[in-house]
Design a protein. Structure first.
Lengths: 323, 681
């Protein structure tokens, strides 16, 4: 009885969170849901787009609405790992070193413009994302639960960026792009001014405990063999294609299923459909798939990212849904 | 230098491999010197302890030394590495040493392979009915071990373990046993086909000579006391199965070695045949029977006295009506014979043979010989003389016993005039000597008397304890005539087994079995079952294969027909496997639900909305409501229900009913094509 009541309360709160986010981020309902699904699937999120379309606002809104403690780190080329992780300082009174925890010890870390930092700093962050713990001196510190990284980055072509290598991109469950708003929503934006100023006036919809409960429930969303067949067929297709640099990894496959479960949960259903797989496919695989150099040359692409969405859509159209 | 390491074996894989190997050692434990399994046990224990980190595994040097030491041990004991026993011992020891370096998955496979070889070694040695289930169990165990070691989780198993957040990804023991059992069941038809149709070489080619087999049985000589040793043994000599009614008990004389030469103490066979066979006139009933001979390491094939000839060319029918094989009997043998219990000679005895069978070397046993001469002179004929000697045994205070006192140098004199205690050997020996001393040709015949009737299997079991010896004398009007002097002293010996007369003569376990009727009955049942197993399965040979083919309608089958039958069976088996694999493959054929959904999509296609192959049910439902908002709500319901049935949980009793319901509603659904506009897609 209690558990059922808790489920009702949590899902009502979740819906409130979705609608709040949609009022903050105008005209991007699909992206908003993808971002939420990513976090509910215990995945880290990468938001990529040109400057000024609301990446940071989206990240802030997520932290705020989920009711999580959050920290923000602006990545620059001279940022050091210790600036994120923390540093040991000498305590004169106690005559010993103390570890002062860095901004990463939080529930939601906003890593702004993550691709501006040097590779060394990037990899320190990405390691923490995978292990969910920090080793400093001789002690290992667990990161809090839940722990998310929402990173934003500008497309690679921009000046002063260090592109994340494939192995590190793989750590992000999803990459979401926002794109320019349509005319009506842009007018609304122009009229109402800075969205970020609205944040303090909005009550957070969820609590960290509720997020953990929902995460656990997401894992119980049923995945039938038919859906697994479909997911496997999609993954196998990426490995068969000769025009791609790399096929999808098993980790990507696991992420695809987890993300689809979360998406299904957000839609208030209890079993994953092929439609759910399709809905999250582009966000989950676009940063992991790239045309090979020859294929990119042949079809006149730069071969430097940004083609992931096109490839994902080709995949969806090429693989029949099992009946 | 970093070397690429082979995949690490799991701990459960190691335990299973060790278990399979240990069971293989157990199967062979009584066939190797006892230090071998003990050494194996120590090494296995070492490995298991090292697995739990309380002991360290030895390094390469120690392992090599250990292996050399153990090989030397085997060499010392057997003086060879060839042969079944030495080979098995070596396999056990080397497999145990291999365990000490078993880390990778590949090593575990090798250990299981050693276990399978141990099973094969056990099969080569013994094929009894009791052991068959043990062998089967061990094969099962080995397969399950292979399953555990080789298991690689499938994608869906990984995903479900991910979803249920259970840490263990592997085959649990139950699943491994089930998988192995199923695989063995699939292999069973192939095994049966190989058994029935694969051409067998005449004579079992796997019969490896057993050097260390200490078998009991009649030898080629008889001295006082030698047969008494045999009667202690409860082991089976052979089984006899009569086609018709069996002869009466007093005629159940099973003929074995015939002894001609006497040195005063021991009777021996003659080294060479000095006479040709007397042609016989067969009288009375003809007995047709089959004999299943147990291995004896001797060359004697036993027959009911007197057989009419040899059953197979390699067995020689001697002039004294004995069957002698060219090779020692090292494995169970079946043969069919025809015998008559009454015969008459058709020619007089040749001079040479007469001289030979009346010969007495030297001056041994003078008192007996003097007595013989005296008795013969007072007897009117040979017949009367025989009767008077038998009379001497009957009335002279002789007693039948299996524990007679030791006899002196002149054994017959000692027996006749001093001890007067003895059993068949003593009486036959003394009787033949008395005959020869009186100039009547005589010889000692050894063999078996009687046998235990098995009422379940309808055959006689003749044991070593039924060993017997009797005399044959040449009487001019009848030819060779069987005289059993023992029968005069202990007449009941003819009708009953030795156990009934002298229960204390045999070993305690045999006596116990004999004293418990229910146990005896049980053992008889078991013996009948065992005999059927031996006859039908173990001794199934090329001839039986051809006979089976004849029953299938082949006119004159040979190896080629066997090959055809085997090929046909093989193809059938593979088709069966293919069918089964195909049936088990997920979604290789559309099921009920898929057919109904296809039908629904077709109806909607006719109504103007075609489903693209990459569209899921939700996307299609959206498509339908966009293009045909006028369609009844039933359509949307049906599409959503399909999604639930196909992708939702399928456990639950109502699932099949729901699918049928869905099917019905789809077939009932009637859609009108849009009148106003041409179909869009």
């Amino acid at each position: 009885m209690n558990a059922a009541a808790a489920i009702d309360i949590d899902s009502a709160a979740l819906h409130r969170a979705v609608s709040t986010l949609e009022t903050l981020i105008l005209g991007k309902p699909a992206q908003v849901r993808l971002c939420l699904a990513c976090l509910l699937a215990r995945g880290h999120l990468l938001i990529e787009d040109v400057p000024g379309v609301g990446k940071t606002t989206l990240a802030h809104a997520l932290a705020h609405v989920l009711g999580l403690a959050w920290q923000r780190v602006q990545f620059t080329s001279d940022l050091l790992p210790a600036d994120i992780i923390g540093v040991s300082v000498f305590d004169r009174a106690g005559q010993q070193f103390h570890f002062r925890q860095g901004p990463i010890f939080t529930q939601l870390l906003l890593a702004d413009e993550v691709n501006r930092a040097s590779p060394r700093t990037q990899s320190a962050l990405l390691e923490a994302m995978e292990e969910r713990q920090i080793s400093a001196d001789v002690t290992t510190y667990r990161l809090p639960e839940p722990f998310f990284v929402v990173a934003t980055q500008n497309p690679h072509e921009q000046l002063g960026t260090f592109a994340l290598p494939e192995s590190q991109l793989d750590r992000f469950l999803m990459r979401v792009t926002l794109g320019y708003p349509d005319a009506a929503h842009e007018r609304e934006l122009l009229r109402s001014g800075e969205r970020r100023e609205m944040l303090p006036q909005i009550a957070s919809a969820l609590t960290p405990e509720a997020v953990i409960r929902i995460q656990a429930r997401v894992r119980t969303v049923y995945v039938s063999d038919a859906v697994l067949d479909y997911a496997q067929a999609l993954i196998a297709r990426t490995r068969d294609r000769t025009d791609l640099k790399l096929g999808l990894s098993p980790r990507a496959g696991q992420g695809l299923i987890r993300a689809a479960q979360a998406w299904t949960y957000l839609a208030d259903r209890n079993a994953v459909l092929p439609d759910d797989i399709q809905a999250v496919l582009a966000a989950v695989v676009s940063h992991r798939l790239e045309y090979s150099a020859e294929a990119a040359a042949r079809i006149g692409r730069t071969g430097s990212g940004g083609d992931g969405h096109a490839i994902a859509n080709e995949l969806i159209r090429a693989v029949p849904v099992p009946v | 230098m970093a070397k690429t390491k082979p995949p690490e074996g799991s701990r459960r894989g190691l335990f299973w491999a060790t278990g399979a190997f240990g069971a293989g050692v157990l199967l062979n434990v009584d066939r190797v010197p006892s230090w071998v399994p003990v050494a194996a046990l120590v090494l296995v224990f070492w490995r298991v302890m090292a697995g739990s980190r309380s002991l360290r595994l030895p390094g390469a040097v120690i392992r090599t030394l250990l292996a050399l030491l153990l090989v030397a041990g085997v060499m010392l004991r057997f003086h060879t590495l060839n042969g079944l026993s030495a080979g098995t011992a070596l396999l056990i020891l080397m497999g145990s040493v291999k365990l000490l370096e078993t880390r990778a998955q590949r090593d575990q496979f090798i250990v299981v392979a050693a276990a399978v070889f141990l099973l094969v070694a056990a099969c080569l040695d013994r094929q009894g009915l009791v052991r068959a289930p043990l062998y089967l169990l061990h094969a099962w165990l080995c397969c399950a071990a292979l399953a555990v070691i080789a298991y690689v989780p499938t994608a869906s198993a990984l995903a479900s373990s991910l979803a249920s957040s259970t840490a263990q990804v592997g085959l649990d023991n139950r699943a491994a046993m089930l998988l192995a059992g199923r695989s063995l069941l699939f292999a069973l038809p192939l095994a049966v086909m190989l058994f029935v149709f694969f051409p067998r070489l005449p004579g079992a080619f796997w019969a490896i000579p057993r050097s260390d087999a200490a078998l009991t049985g009649l030898g080629d000589s008889m001295s006082p006391g030698s047969i008494a040793q045999l009667t202690n043994s409860y082991e089976v000599a052979f089984r006899a199965h009569f086609d018709g009614p069996p002869p009466p008990p007093q005629e159940l004389y099973w003929r074995g070695p015939v002894l001609h030469e006497f040195d005063g103490f021991t009777w021996r066979r003659t080294a060479h045949s000095f006479a040709h066979m007397q042609p016989l006139q067969y009288l009375g009933t003809e007995y047709r029977y089959r004999i299943a001979l147990e291995p004896s390491a001797q060359r004697w094939w036993f027959s009911l006295d007197t057989a009419t000839g040899s059953p197979v060319p390699k067995v020689y029918f001697t002039f004294d009506y004995q069957l002698i094989s060219a090779e020692p009997v090292t494995e169970g043998t079946n043969y069919a014979l025809v015998s008559y219990t009454h015969t008459r000679a058709m020619q007089p005895l040749a001079q040479l043979a007469r001289r030979y069978d009346t010969g007495l070397s030297g001056e041994r046993n003078p008192r007996s010989r003097a007595l013989a001469v005296k008795l013969r002179s007072s007897a009117a004929s040979d017949d009367a003389y025989v009767a008077s000697v038998l009379d001497l045994f009957r009335t002279g205070g002789f007693e039948y016993t299996l524990t007679p006192p030791r006899l002196g140098f002149d054994s017959v004199d000692d027996f006749l005039f001093n001890t007067r205690l003895g059993f068949c050997g003593h009486y036959a020996s003394a009787f033949v000597l008395m005959m020869r001393a009186a100039g009547i040709p005589a010889r000692v015949v050894t063999g078996y008397l009687g046998g235990e009737w098995n009422p379940i299997g309808h055959y006689f079991v003749v044991r070593q304890s039924d060993a017997h010896s009797w005399a044959e004398v040449w009487l001019d009007d009848r030819g060779w005539t069987r005289i059993d002097p023992t029968a005069v002293v202990a007449p009941e010996r003819l009708r009953r087994g030795i156990l009934d007369i002298l229960p204390n003569a045999v070993s305690a376990p045999a006596r116990f079995v004999w004293s418990q009727p229910w146990l005896g009955g049980l053992l008889q049942r078991w013996d009948a079952l065992n005999t059927a197993w031996n006859d039908r399965v173990i001794k199934f040979n090329y001839g039986d294969q051809l006979r089976l083919l004849q029953q299938f309608g082949f006119k004159s089958p040979g190896a080629r027909e066997l090959g055809w039958a085997f090929g046909a069976g093989l193809v059938g088996w593979m088709l069966w496997i293919a069918w089964h694999v195909g049936r088990g493959a997920p979604r290789s054929r559309p099921d009920k639900l898929a057919r109904a959904y296809t039908a629904l999509c077709k109806k909607l296609g006719r109504a103007g909305v075609t489903r693209e192959s990459h569209q899921g049910p939700l996307a299609f439902a959206g498509e339908v409501s966009r293009h045909r908002p006028d369609l009844p709500a039933d359509v949307q319901h049906l599409l959503l229900r399909y999604a639930q049935l196909r992708y939702g949980r399928t456990e639950g009793e109502s699932y099949l009913a729901d699918v049928r319901d869905f099917e019905r509603e789809v077939s009932r659904l009637a859609l009108r094509a849009r009148a106003s506009e041409t179909p869009r897609r």
